[in-house]
Design a protein around this ligand. Structure first.
Ligand code: CMP
Length: 139
């Protein structure tokens, strides 16, 4: 089925001017960008977005990194979009990421790993609604 997922192009990628290169990989993987905006996340916004990781030892650094520069939040649409996006992103740690994946090609570290992608359809819906109004998404 054609579904939607949520993606963030992280500050390490915007800093290196890789927004287009990352988006090209998403499009090559059959995903369509149906909403996109470049934003500077506030600390409160980043803490809320990553609330599920609040107890993790890396939470503070994760939030600091995600507000260290602009990000591009996107809604992606395609056949089984959540899984298609996870496949093209590659493993969280670039050391474990498969050849040809976005994180293998571009990520600097497990923290500065270029992209975020939703890990379930349920979370995708929650994450999309966190950043986008329905009318901002044009399929
Ligand atoms: P993301 O998909 O954005 O969701 C949580 C993020 O925490 C993850 O990608 C990583 O970039 C980041 N992170 C930082 N340190 C770690 C770590 N030690 N283990 C897992 N994730 C980490």
């Amino acid at each position: 089925a054609v579904t939607r997922t949520f993606s963030i192009i992280k500050p390490d990628a915007t800093r290196r001017n890789l927004t287009g290169a990352v988006t090209a990989k998403l499009e090559e993987a059959g995903l369509r960008v149906v909403a996109s905006k470049r934003i500077q996340m506030s600390q409160e916004q980043a803490e809320g977005f990553y609330a599920v990781h609040k107890e993790r030892p890396f939470f503070g650094e994760l939030v600091s990194f995600m507000i260290s520069g602009p990000v591009v939040v996107q809604v992606l649409e395609g056949e089984n979009a959540m899984q298609a996006n996870r496949d093209i992103m590659g493993a969280t740690n670039p050391k474990d990421a498969a050849e040809g994946t976005i994180r293998k090609l571009f990520a600097e570290s497990i923290e500065a790993n270029t992209v975020h992608g939703s890990d379930s359809d349920e979370n995708a819906a929650v994450e999309i609604a966190y950043f986008f109004k329905p009318e901002e998404i044009v399929g």
